[in-house]
Design a protein around this ligand. Structure first.
Ligand SMILES: [Zn+2]
Length: 363
């Protein structure tokens, strides 16, 4: 089993699923792999991108296993996977082709069993670029389920919350003048800098919750200045804000507009995730994980957004839950191979709904 999970993950890494043709080729491959393992899967294409969807089980609640096939760009060497000291290295090994491989194996291995629930496997093509053509499209078309597990990089703890996204463009103005006489003008860059300092110290950015120490504010882009010998008369500043579940994005925007001498425009927005950890289907997942891992499995909040948000918007309990590893989106990304096996055991125990075989997770 270990060899099969690793070899499928390696194969997926080698697809180099950064751009559309490679992602689609990987989706086709996954469909064929599933067919070869007794699972009928279908391709659902949206705006040229292919999703893979497969169902097993006859009745009961639907557990959605959601995995994204796309990865973030990397140098060519990172698409040559290798194994060292129990770790599988390569772009996407951790985020999240290892989890995809496990989810495919789980679907295949349970396809001939009688289950107390249904399972929908959803392999999507664009989580790293916003998820609109994959998970959002599937959710909008009714492919939702009753509980959702996105196999993200959670080190086998369970992320029940995720911050919301609010991306703003702040435009400040000034008065142009000759660069040799700045006292005759009003420098828009300096005005923007002053505005940023005021925004940063707004009470809304000092708040915390039991899951998060604070929201975040990233000054991501700044554009201003036409000539070296001129006082700039306008400056645009793009802010990437990740707000806490419970905070109101419109109130944040209003507060910012109040301290900025200029305009504030919304560039992008995404709702936070606030899954109730006491939901019976989430408690059951925690119990399955604790039985396999023989340790406490924690609930926590993720700073970044994931495809869970599309399901959460419809009130469906959605969590991020995936294997152990490190360096996703960076150099030397790897997934811990024994955690892939544990992840498989946990998902199977959860879906089958009975006690976990008393085998060590590292088998
Ligand atoms: Zn991911």
């Amino acid at each position: 089993m270990k060899e099969s999970i690793v070899s499928l993950t390696r194969k997926l890494i080698e697809f180099k699923t950064v751009e559309k043709p490679r992602i689609n080729a990987a989706a086709e491959f996954c469909c064929e792999w599933l067919a070869g393992h007794g699972v009928h899967a279908k391709i659902i294409e949206n705006e040229g991108l292919k999703n893979v969807v497969a169902f097993i089980g006859e009745s009961g609640p639907t557990v959605v296993l959601n995995g994204h096939l796309d990865v973030v760009p990397a140098g060519p060497d990172q698409f040559i996977p290798y194994v060292a000291e129990g770790k599988l290295y390569g772009r996407g090994s951790f985020d999240m082709l290892g989890a995809v491989s496990v989810m495919m194996h789980v679907t295949a291995s349970l396809s001939t069993r009688s289950l107390p629930c249904k399972v929908m496997l959803a392999l999507v093509p664009d989580e790293e670029t916003g998820g609109q053509k994959g998970s959002k499209f599937l959710v909008d078309h009714g492919l939702r389920g009753d509980v959702v597990i996105c196999g993200e990089t959670t080190n086998l703890d369970i992320a029940v919350q995720a911050k919301g996204v609010l991306q703003l463009r702040v435009e400040t103005e000034g008065i142009a003048a000759h660069g040799s006489r700045p006292w005759l003008g009003d420098n828009a860059i300096l005005n923007a800098f002053e505005a940023y300092e005021k925004i940063k110290s707004l009470p809304v950015f000092q708040e915390s919750t039991s899951y998060f120490e604070q929201p975040s504010l990233n000054l991501a882009r700044i554009e201003a200045g036409k000539a070296i010998n001129q006082v700039p008369d306008c400056c645009t500043m793009d802010l990437d804000i990740r707000y806490l579940p419970g905070q109101n994005p419109e109130a944040i925007r209003t507060e910012i507009a109040r301290v900025v001498n200029g305009t504030v425009k919304v560039l992008g927005q995404g709702a936070p995730v606030q899954t109730n950890p006491a939901h019976p289907l989430i408690v059951q997942l925690q119990k399955s994980a604790e039985k396999v891992l023989r340790r406490e499995v924690c609930f926590f909040g993720q700073d970044g957004a994931a495809d869970t948000r599309f399901y959460a918007e419809h009130g469906i309990p959605a969590v991020e839950f995936g294997p152990m590893g490190a360096n996703h989106h960076g150099k030397n990304e790897y997934v811990d191979i024994s955690s892939l096996l544990a992840f498989k055991q946990i998902l199977e125990a959860y879906i089958v709904g009975d006690s976990v075989p008393q085998k060590a997770a590292s088998n």
